[in-house]
Design a protein around this ligand. Structure first.
Ligand code: ADP
Ligand code: MG
Length: 556
């Protein structure tokens, strides 16, 4: 019996009877796999997969013959699928935002293309509306599928452009390091967003970004296109300017620049090194066994800062921990905004030095560490500092924003400071990183949450429920999509299973991400069939989530 007949037959019965449609059904051009049926009308929607033979989808090979092409093509198909769903429909798909990420929503396999959808099965009270369900699954759904997943019905040029843009962006990101750049901001970019809670571009009033001549670089890309823009060089770059002149907007765009953006976003050509991490203060967070001693030592509590743990970090200790953890996760570039920094972590002025003796001050301010980070660790910093000229003397480049227009003021800033960073600066060039920060190794049950039976789950973008523990991620600036958070939640479970008291946190994450690269995002999910709405997070954000888990236990 076909699914349509089954649905007609169970019309009017108790909602639980929907269970009968679990399994695989043949519809005209595709198979519908009903993987999880909601138990009642108010439960999360039922999870299903639309499975099409590759021949029916008929994508041109040149679009999908490399991983980048497949990511971009899947993203395109997902967006078209979402657009083909009419308003108020009970069908949904994990919908992408302004960034292009590897997602579980549409997967292009060897022989099939799969769309992973959710369907709210209709009810009248607690009774099945079988006829309506049949209409949704056997009429509406095939219509959506035909219009969005079959190449013949797609705008071929738009798809080719989408793939080509993504390939160009990833190419540029890939060559930044060889060009000794940490970031690139293309000429004509629109950096400001419509509002504080929107990720879409500010429309009419936005002043487009154009590079100062002295910092302009250009790249020829695989598509043949050439882009020009501001190169942010390895070293220390300080962004200055009056309040409200666009400093944080530039830094924010660079933070998001670790991800590729869709055409029309305005940040298509804001490209940042893949490992760059935004570092901020985050008082109240938990810290477990982090060596913050290069930045903070001799706390009045007597706490050991070579393996610092706290359930309630201060502004400065949290910022130090965020920094050290970012380096542990492999960051080669740090992005820091004064707006979200602890002042005492960043600088200490001469008057304060006179008043409070150095040996009473546990904090070695970042201004004394930013050059050793570069010279001893190869880590570059991009720093917004509108409030203090102290950073002039440690900066390789100083960029002023003047009514949103970037100006290279490096030589003036150096003149004012009376110093050049590579000249007399012995105090700041002294070796401060005497030892490599140790790799943290969790205990076998180091992430075994008490009373944890269910898989970890995401609650929106910024919270993971891990057993009884809420892992708070609102300060993790480069976690951008709830589907990434969902993937991180599952990743935490997979990593918890791998721990054996030998493997380090970073090794465990590396091994898991290698598996994802080979086998897909599905390897993260505990569910068969539909894996949930997942998007690929960076290793840095997986690391961030585990770092914020309050019961992480390390082998000492
Ligand atoms: P700052 O950090 O220098 O104080 P912000 O980056 O917070 O400044 O920007 C202040 C305001 O200006 C924000 O509302 C932002 O959206 C807007 N803005 C930033 N850059 C531009 C731009 N290029 N064109 C127009 N408005 C902008
Ligand atoms: Mg600001």
């Amino acid at each position: 019996m076909g699914i349509r007949d089954t649905l007609y037959q169970i019309d009017g019965q108790g909602y639980g009877t929907y269970r009968q449609i679990r399994g695989i059904h043949r519809l005209d051009e595709f198979q519908l796999s009903v993987d999880k049926v909601q138990v009642d009308p108010y439960a999360p929607a039922s999870l299903m997969r639309v499975i099409l033979p590759s021949g029916v989808v008929d994508l041109p090979n040149e679009l999908i013959d490399d991983p980048a092409g497949r990511v971009a093509t899947s993203d395109f198909l997902t967006r078209r699928f979402a657009q083909a769903i009419r308003k108020g429909s009970s069908v949904s798909i994990g919908t992408p935002g302004q960034q292009v990420l590897q997602r579980s929503s549409v997967v292009i396999g060897q022989n099939t293309v799969e769309a992973r959808i959710a369907v709210d099965l209709p009810a009248a009270g607690r009774r099945i509306r079988g006829r309506q369900a049949a209409q949704i699954l056997t009429e509406e759904l095939p219509h959506i599928v035909a219009n969005s997943l079959k190449f013949q019905h797609l705008n071929a040029q738009a798809l080719a452009d989408h793939v080509s843009l993504y390939r160009d962006q990833e190419y540029l990101r890939g060559v930044l390091a060889a060009n000794r750049l940490v970031g690139f901001v293309g000429d004509g970019s629109i950096l400001p967003r419509r509002s504080g809670d929107s990720d879409t571009p500010l429309a009419d009033e936005a002043v487009p970004f154009f590079a100062p001549e002295t910092l302009r670089v250009s790249f020829q890309l695989p598509s043949g296109r050439t882009v020009t823009g501001m190169g942010i060089h390895e070293g220390v770059t300080v962004i200055v300017g009056g309040g409200y002149h666009g400093k944080s907007t530039l830094l924010g765009a660079l933070s998001r620049g670790v991800y590729p953006h869709i055409s029309g976003d305005g940040r298509e050509w804001v490209i940042t090194r893949a490992d760059a991490v935004n570092i901020r203060a985050e008082d109240g967070r938990a810290v477990t066994g982090v060596d913050i001693s290069p930045y903070i030592s001799g706390l009045p509590s007597g706490a050991d800062t070579t393996s610092f743990s706290t359930t309630n970090a201060s502004g400065s200790t949290s910022q130090a921990a965020n920094l050290v953890e970012a380096l542990e996760a492999g960051a080669t570039a740090l992005l820091i905004d004064e707006d979200t920094s602890a002042t005492n972590f960043m600088i200490r002025d001469d008057r304060m030095k006179q008043l409070v003796a150095a040996e009473k001050e546990p904090i070695k301010p970042f201004i004394d560490r930013v050059r050793p980070l570069l010279t001893e660790r190869g880590v570059s910093t991009v720093l917004v500092a509108g409030g203090s000229g102290a950073f002039f003397e440690v900066a390789d480049h100083v960029i002023a924003l003047d009514e949103y227009v970037p100006v290279d003021v490096t030589s003036r800033a150096h003149d004012i400071a009376g110093k050049h960073p590579v000249a007399d600066n012995s105090r700041r060039l002294a070796s401060v990183f005497s030892h490599e920060a140790p790799q943290r190794i969790p205990l076998t049950h180091g992430m075994g949450a008490q009373g944890k039976k269910k898989p970890a789950t995401a609650r929106g973008r910024s919270v993971i429920q891990f057993g009884r523990e809420r892992v708070e991620l609102s300060a993790v600036a480069q976690l951008i999509d709830p589907a990434q958070t969902a993937a991180i939640a599952f990743a935490m479970d997979r990593i918890a299973e791998q721990l054996d008291g030998q493997v380090s946190l970073v090794e465990a994450i590396t091994a898991l991400l290698a598996k994802v690269e080979n086998e897909g995002l599905e390897v993260l999910s505990p569910h068969h069939g539909h894996p949930g709405h997942l998007a690929l997070p960076r290793r840095q954000e997986i690391h961030s989530a585990i770092n914020r888990y309050r019961h992480l236990q390390l082998s000492s």
